[in-house]
Design a protein around this ligand. Structure first.
Ligand code: HSE
Length: 436
């Protein structure tokens, strides 16, 4: 049988990695797919630049529409990222009867519902394993491997840049800004690093994971998003003294009242495997009611790992070429007619434990006032740590860990504590999860 012809949008790191992988493992891939898979045309903004792959036999153009309109191809790989023009290109490729494989998390998180509907109308499919956690086959694991389970929650380190920065702050005692500059130099961070460090990239990925885990429509706008920009070296060190690591987590949980959907820095007990995922690596922990806790670890970015996910999708698409849309694995793991309308809960109704750091004047009665306010708001203290003032300083840091409490109560308690004359400035507040 002749090989399947593929068009590629984006000939950067991952595009070149995909071409290289298809060439390197050509035989194995053909044995798995039942046919060879060959990229025949590619679009890039700079066709004349040197590439990290061979472009021999490849028609290279600067016009992406020439690729999506090319009659020779049956599949388009979209690796240009962002929403515009990716959305238009992918919609047009599907209208032209082409299947789509994409690594574009923003595209799926924000426009996936529309794309899936259009794909069904066009009788084609959209595959997006590479959009979440790079090379880790987390979409396939949840969508197919855990399909017998009711997923209770999942928590993931799904932004390698943030994890790299927090790891360096932990192991080397470095400041946030200094490590970020290095991550940019090393090419880990997105072109706009705010997407990484403000949590947007992780929110895109969590949106996708939550929909697959719980069978709800993609709802990027409902994610509570916090990044790591306010995490300080001091907080990383105090958390360590108390037996915790600070990680940037994407977390979703299914409760009877609704779905928690949140991205934020989180204290994790140091004995948790997830707390020990370091550097740019990603990991996702999924709790299924039958299987219990499961953990998926691997590279979340990079040419070869992301190409691994892209090629896996290509093989899946080729294997399912002749299947009717209704016989394919549903995009969001649940049949589109059976998606749940469980609401996403507002973050102030979510309960978590907390790490608090207060800078207070070293005076009698200050701790008594703080503990009284916590007690009045029904907040129970788990641990307390008071440090000596730094040489010459008037303030002393007081660090508290609380038991679980609804966020509304913590908001009220925080406002009352910040109104105390002895409490200086804003209180640092970071959520804490045991993941049990
Ligand atoms: N900037 C992303 C990260 C790359 O740091 O994880 C992969 O999405």
């Amino acid at each position: 049988m002749s090989s399947v012809k593929v068009g590629l949008l984006g000939l950067g790191t991952v595009g070149a990695g995909t071409i290289n992988l298809l060439q390197k493992n050509n035989d194995e891939i053909a044995r798995r797919a039942g046919r060879g898979i060959e990229v025949v045309c590619a679009a890039t903004r700079h066709p004349d630049r040197p590439r990290a792959c061979s472009t021999e036999g490849l028609r290279v153009t600067d016009d992406p529409y020439a690729v999506v309109d090319d009659p020779e191809t049956g599949i388009i790989i979209e690796l240009i990222g962002g929403e515009d023009p990716a959305f238009d290109l992918v919609m047009r490729a599907m209208s032209n009867g082409k299947h789509v494989v994409t690594a574009n998390k923003a595209l799926i998180a924000k426009h996936g519902n529309k794309l899936f509907e259009h794909a069904t109308k066009c009788g084609v499919t959209v595959a997006f394993e590479a959009a979440v956690a790079g090379g880790i086959p987390i979409i396939k694991s949840i969508r197919e491997g855990l399909t017998g389970n009711r997923i209770e929650w999942l928590a993931g380190i799904i932004n390698g840049t943030s994890n790299y920065i927090l790891s360096e702050m932990f192991y080397e005692g470095r400041e946030f800004a200094d490590v970020l500059a290095e991550a940019q130099r090393l090419g880990y961070a997105e072109a706009d690093p705010s997407f990484d460090v403000e949590g947007v990239d992780a929110a895109h990925k969590l949106t996708i994971l939550a929909s697959i885990a719980f069978g709800v429509p993609l709802q990027f706008d409902r994610v509570h998003v916090e990044g790591i920009t306010h995490v300080s070296r001091e907080d990383v060190a105090y958390a360590q003294e108390l037996g915790y690591r600070i990680k940037h987590l994407g977390l979703c949980r299914q409760t009877d009242a609704g779905i928690e959907l949140r991205v934020h820095p989180t204290l994790l007990p140091e004995r948790q495997l997830l707390a020990n995922v370091d550097g740019v690596m990603n990991a996702v922990m999924v709790m299924g009611d039958a299987v219990g806790p499961t953990l998926y670890y691997g590279a979340g970015a990079g040419a070869d790992p992301t190409a691994s996910a892209v090629v896996a999708d290509l093989v899946d698409v080729v294997r399912a070429f002749n299947l009717e849309p209704e016989n394919r694995v549903p995009y969001l793991a649940f049949q589109s007619s059976a998606l749940s309308d469980l609401p996403v809960l507002p973050v102030d109704s979510v309960s978590t434990a907390y790490y608090l750091r207060l800078e207070v004047l070293d005076e009698p009665g200050v701790l008594a006032d703080i503990t009284r306010i916590l007690s009045e708001n029904g907040i129970s203290i788990e641990a307390i740590l008071q440090k000596e003032p730094a040489p010459g300083a008037e303030n002393v840091p007081v660090i508290l860990l609380t038991h679980r409490v609804q966020e509304q109560r913590m908001d009220r308690a925080q406002a009352s504590m910040e109104a105390l004359p002895a409490v200086q400035g804003r209180i640092v507040r970071i959520r804490l999860e045991q993941l049990q």
